[in-house]
Design a protein around this ligand. Structure first.
Ligand SMILES: NC(=O)c1ccc[n+]([C@@H]2O[C@H](COP(=O)([O-])OP(=O)(O)OC[C@H]3O[C@@H](n4cnc5c(N)ncnc54)[C@H](OP(=O)(O)O)[C@@H]3O)[C@@H](O)[C@H]2O)c1
Length: 262
């Protein structure tokens, strides 16, 4: 019997690429995002290409009741794998947005992934098999800098959460991994208005979403607690550990190019 992977934010970018990757690996899918037409098109594409059975769930994870609503919508479907991927970068400085914007951001980026993991993990442990990926970011390893103020903070939170959970799941058959990509070609930078900055980066700084998805699935299979995709990104994270003052300098000098800082 095929296993089923639930992917949040599957209507675009990394989430859609991860859907394609897991369909190729023989999984069925539950695809969740707000844009139902995109999810339905992806489900049809993957059914034609691999015979994948997908359940499409159109939902807004900003909702306070998103996780209980989703558990109800799953209607007993057995979930063997979870990828908490839905996300965005909220532009501007901390004081440029009101609390409601920050509250919604925190909810989608940190509360929902942890709450959904808490809801689905017991079943995986009972069955002795599970795969859980938190899509974090290289930003969670680097110093915070001006603009998109809470982004690095929520990604660091997901990295630490994954590390602890990976240790707790040792011997249960459940693998847990935090994926930490650097720049990936997706709609992320259109949504937060930084496309021009990203387009000006050298090619070696930007990864294709399909390549990132394959590396991420391999890392989850290998049960790597924290996986930074790409050699350049791993070097940057290491550089920051060895010389935090240099990491801060790099981040503060470059952040205006790929972050909205006003
Ligand atoms: N691209 C990068 O350079 C990069 C680097 C590091 C980490 N990441 C992380 O990778 C993840 C995926 O981002 P991406 O680059 O693939 O961006 P993307 O192309 O903009 O995709 C974001 C996905 O999240 C979904 N989403 C956003 N808000 C949602 C909400 N309220 N409810 C439900 N779904 C929602 C979007 O679907 P709908 O709009 O249809 O709801 C979309 O499917 C994010 O967590 C991001 O922080 C990205």
């Amino acid at each position: 019997m095929k296993r089923t992977m639930l992917i949040t934010g599957a209507s675009a970018g990394l989430g859609a690429a991860l859907g394609r990757e897991y369909a190729q690996r023989g999984w069925n899918l539950v695809l969740l995002a707000r844009r139902e037409d995109r999810l339905t098109a992806l489900a049809a594409e993957l059914h034609a290409a691999h015979g994948t059975q997908s359940r499409v769930i159109a939902a807004d994870l900003f909702s306070e009741t998103a996780v209980p609503d989703l558990m109800q919508a799953l209607d007993g479907i057995q979930i063997d794998g979870l990828i908490n991927n839905a996300g965005y970068g909220h532009p501007g400085t901390f004081l440029a947005s009101d609390w409601e914007d920050h509250r919604r951001f925190n909810h989608l980026m940190s509360v929902v992934p942890v709450e959904l993991t808490r809801a689905l993990l017991p079943g995986m442990v009972d069955r002795g098999f599970g795969r859980v990926m938190q899509v974090a970011s290289l930003a969670g390893h680097m110093p915070g800098s001006k603009g998109h103020t809470l982004y690095a903070a929520v990604k660091a939170y997901l990295i630490k959460f994954s590390e602890s959970l990976n240790a707790e799941m040792d011997g249960t058959g459940v693998h847990v991994s935090a994926l930490c990509p650097g720049f990936v070609l997706t709609e992320f930078h259109d949504v937060n208005g930084t496309r021009d900055g990203i387009n000006s980066l050298p090619d070696f700084m930007v990864m294709d979403a399909d390549i990132c998805a394959k590396l991420a699935a391999d890392a989850l299979e290998a049960n790597k607690a924290v996986f930074i995709s790409g050699r350049v990104n791993r070097f940057l994270a290491r550089l920051n550990r060895w010389a935090p003052w240099l990491g801060r300098k790099v981040m503060n000098s470059g952040s205006g190019r790929y972050r909205k800082t006003d």
